[in-house]
Design a protein around this ligand. Structure first.
Ligand code: GDP
Length: 352
């Protein structure tokens, strides 16, 4: 911990990775190479571990190598052999972090399944080459034993998850007629802050990725009649691996049940549009793009007048605010109430 953690490849995202490790490890860029050179190393590693071995000879030996790409099991093996370090690819990192942040039983089960599914094929591949973790004498039989254990454990987890999900389906259908607003968006956009401001609840707010993994549901305060519920869901991440989207379908599907989605973006972040795109595509994947939505431009307190005008021109229907300004939060509350009032009027109008 705190020593020698390193990223040698695709090192453009060091800050993001430092966030991912939640400050637990120090990520040191051992080599700072332009992306093209890094990619060349990456491709070299994919072909033969000797190439990369040569490349890393002049480096201090890292304990971890984190690659901001998907790697195949054999690429991981080659890199591990060449560097003598533990190699985590993008999915590996994300699975690890999700694992640390899962709070509810459902999320815990989902993460453990995702984790085992990630580990299993890597065991299989290392059986024909001999991975770093294999001690002398660790043979095929050990690996097939491990694989069988994983299979059994997965079956067990699946049964448990089904039971938990039946329970939450019950709870969900009980909530069906409730007025629900779901906060969705890229991680760190300010969803938890907004949730807390709207509901007066103690939701964990952290300036790091993945602070929110499970969905929380709270009542809009001061309370309305009928009550309006706000839910806060997992922060979306760029290139969320497909398998993980599948594992988190039930967590994400909270968004499907909402009457209104609030897409929260950090308007002070120049890359907010790309982040919005990520959120949209994840929601599309789970079929939630049919739910009415509004764009919330958060962190407007960090945006100057010119930029503000530009943003509002680009998104005339957006709600600009700062989750830190109580008057903005009250205005959002009024907007939500108005949304449901209009909705109810429509219901009345369609009556025969
Ligand atoms: P989440 O990952 O979307 O739930 O984001 P959080 O609510 O945890 O917020 C991430 C960081 O942004 C925290 O440090 C917040 O204090 C900060 N933040 C949230 N909303 C605002 C805002 O309106 N203005 C400013 N300046 N910072 C904000």
């Amino acid at each position: 911990e705190g020593t020698g953690a390193a990223s040698i490849l695709g090192a453009g995202k060091l800050e993001e990775l430092a966030n991912i490790t939640g400050g637990r490890g120090i990520i040191t860029p051992i080599v700072k190479t332009p992306m093209t050179k890094a990619r060349k190393r990456f491709e070299g590693a994919a072909n033969s571990h000797e190439d990369i071995e040569e490349e890393t000879d002049d480096l201090r030996r890292p304990e971890f190598v984190i690659v901001d790409h998907e790697l195949t099991p054999s690429q991981i093996r080659n890199l591990e052999r060449a560097t003598g370090a533990q190699v985590l690819d993008r999915t590996g990192v994300i699975v690890e972090i999700f694992h640390r942040h899962a709070n509810t039983r459902e999320a815990k089960l989902q993460v453990e399944m995702a984790r085992l599914r990630y580990v299993a094929p890597r065991l299989r591949e290392s059986s024909n080459g001999g991975g770093r973790q294999q001690g002398p004498g660790a043979g095929e039989s050990n690996l097939s034993l491990d694989r069988r254990k994983i299979r059994d454990r997965l079956a067990e987890l699946k049964t448990q998850l089904e039971a938990v999900q039946r329970d939450s389906d019950h709870r969900r259908s009980a909530r069906k007629n409730q007025l629900r607003v779901a906060l969705v968006g890229y991680t760190n956009a300010g969803k938890s802050s907004l949730m807390r401001a709207l509901t007066g609840s103690q939701v964990l707010v952290q300036d790091k990725l993945f602070a929110t993994l499970d969905t929380t549901v709270r009542t809009l305060q001061p309370e309305t009649r009928p009550r309006i519920l706000i839910s806060d869901t997992v922060g979306f991440i760029k290139q969320l691996p497909h398998d993980l989207v599948a594992s988190f379908r039930s967590t994400l599907s909270e968004a499907l049940e909402a009457s209104l989605l609030l897409f929260v973006v950090d308007a002070s972040d120049p890359t907010y549009e790309a982040q919005l795109e990520v959120s949209r595509s994840v929601l599309h994947e789970i079929g939630a793009d049919v739910v009415p939505s509004r764009l919330v431009l958060n962190k407007m307190d960090r945006v100057d007048e010119a930029r503000r005008a530009e943003l509002l021109e680009k998104h005339p229907d957006a709600i600009p605010l700062s989750a830190h300004r109580p008057e903005d939060v009250s205005a959002l509350r009024e907007t939500l109430i108005a949304f449901f009032e209009a909705d109810m009027v429509e219901d009345v109008l369609v009556l025969p």
